[in-house]
Design a protein around this ligand. Structure first.
Ligand SMILES: [Zn+2]
Length: 434
């Protein structure tokens, strides 16, 4: 197809011929017979956005789940109302996501039974690592005698027993391509071959349009109470000896420090990644730069949960939370992502969070870490395999583009998904705003 009257992010007006790759970028290109034509009307044309850390299946499931966490549900009464009024899905279950202890404490089967007794209920903690089931649900999965109904997601035995609800990948695909996203990296740690193949097949069939990438199996989640530097070093060395990079999930300072030590001992691979890096003490900025690891982070959590951090984290440590600017200043490669569905899946919301770092109540968390709109946007344009290295609109680059209604200055001032006019993947128009 031919896109006429486009403006590149640097302000240059161009026409763009795009197929599987970008074929031509120039002035006054003329439309060929049989070629689709899109008039960008002076709007900005960007490489398609890539969300570098998402959970595709969970995000598709979350589309038809109830949300039972803040800010929508923040008290025990609201939780009880939401659950007692919930209509079960086609499989007979009430499924809810996004729970946090600030709503009604540590939930267990007894607490859920008091609200819903006869219909199976399962509630996912917003960390994604824990499910809480009521007695009816425990009976359905063969765990009627379970002491408290709090089940870890990592225990595959019971989760396989749950009837897998058909997830609506097509609806998820429609929603995310409408934000200009042309590729995602699924960062789910325990994906098996079937999960990977089924998403690749859905992509090939056109049911899930964004290009899928995967971190599994080179992805590791650490737990503070079980940190073992030696086994982490061995795991890293094992992956590297097969030529595979690793990605380690670090949400606490202890996890980051142990990961850095293990990378120093095992040596780093140029494509190694640290997911989240939610807490980075000052001393570790230069360590990360020395190791050359890419940080894939989510400042959207500042916009979504910032008030909780301000309340729960000692003031002296606020400067370490969800850093972006100081990582860039230390020459650490950084990419942004949403962690959808655990974070809100709109990349533009995440960019605004990186620029303003405003919490839900309007406070600013860690103003030193604010970045410019151009930087925030560019950190969603990274290569799937090298998230810290931005793609560009140039001949030979993949034919994945995001067309905005506005020229660059307005686009950067607004950073809003409502500006996405069209999304192109491999030269095909996959989203067009009517
Ligand atoms: Zn994640």
């Amino acid at each position: 197809m031919l896109i006429q009257r486009a403006t590149l992010l640097d302000g240059r007006p161009v026409d763009i011929r795009v197929g599987t790759e970008i074929d031509e970028v120039g002035d006054n290109l003329t439309v060929r017979q049989g070629e689709g034509l899109l008039d960008a009307g002076g709007g900005t044309v960007l490489p398609g956005l890539h969300d570098h850390h998402v959970h595709v299946r969970s995000a598709a499931s979350a589309l038809d789940s109830f949300s039972v966490g803040p800010p929508g549900v923040s008290t025990k009464t609201q939780l009880a109302q939401m659950l007692s009024n919930a209509t079960p899905g086609p499989d007979g279950w009430i499924r809810a996501v996004g729970y946090h202890e600030s709503v009604a404490g540590e939930l267990d089967r007894t607490a859920l039974d008091a609200v819903v007794r006869n219909v199976p209920v399962r509630i996912q903690h917003r960390s994604g690592a824990l499910w809480i089931l009521n007695s009816a649900a425990l009976g359905r999965v063969g765990l009627a005698e379970h002491p408290d109904g709090r089940l870890r997601s990592a225990d595959r035995g019971w989760s396989d027993a749950l009837q897998q609800r058909e997830t609506d990948l097509a609806e998820l695909s429609r929603r995310i391509t409408a934000t200009g996203i042309t590729g995602v990296t699924d960062a789910t740690p325990d994906l098996d071959v079937d999960d990977i193949v089924s998403l690749l097949v859905a992509h090939r069939r056109g049911e899930f349009r964004p290009r899928p990438g995967f971190l599994s199996p080179g992805k590791k989640i650490l737990h503070d109470d079980r940190l073992d530097p030696d086994s982490l070093t061995a795991w890293i060395a094992d992956h590297h000896s097969d030529g595979r990079p690793i990605a380690v999930h670090c949400v606490t300072a202890a996890q980051l420090v142990v990961t850095i030590a293990a990378l120093r001992a095992a040596g780093s691979h140029p494509l190694d990644r640290i997911e989240h890096a939610a807490v980075v003490p000052d001393d570790n900025l230069s360590d990360l730069a020395d190791l050359g690891v890419t940080v894939v982070t989510q400042p959207n959590f500042v916009a979504e949960r910032g008030d909780q951090y301000l309340a729960d984290v000692p003031a002296a440590e606020h400067g370490q939370l969800w850093r972006v600017a100081s990582l860039l200043d230390a020459a650490v490669p950084v990419a942004l992502s949403t962690d959808m569905p655990f974070g809100h899946g709109d990349p533009w919301t995440a960019m605004r969070a990186a620029v303003y770092r405003t919490t839900p109540s309007g406070a600013v968390l860690n103003a030193n870490e604010c970045v410019s709109a151009t930087k925030a946007l560019t950190m969603f344009l990274g290569r799937p395999d090298r998230p810290g290295k931005a793609r560009t609109v140039e001949t030979g680059q993949p034919g994945d583009l995001c067309v905005l209604t506005e020229p660059p200055a307005t686009a950067l001032a607004e950073l809003d998904a409502g500006m996405v006019a069209a999304t192109v993947i491999g030269g095909e128009l996959v989203y067009f705003a009517m």
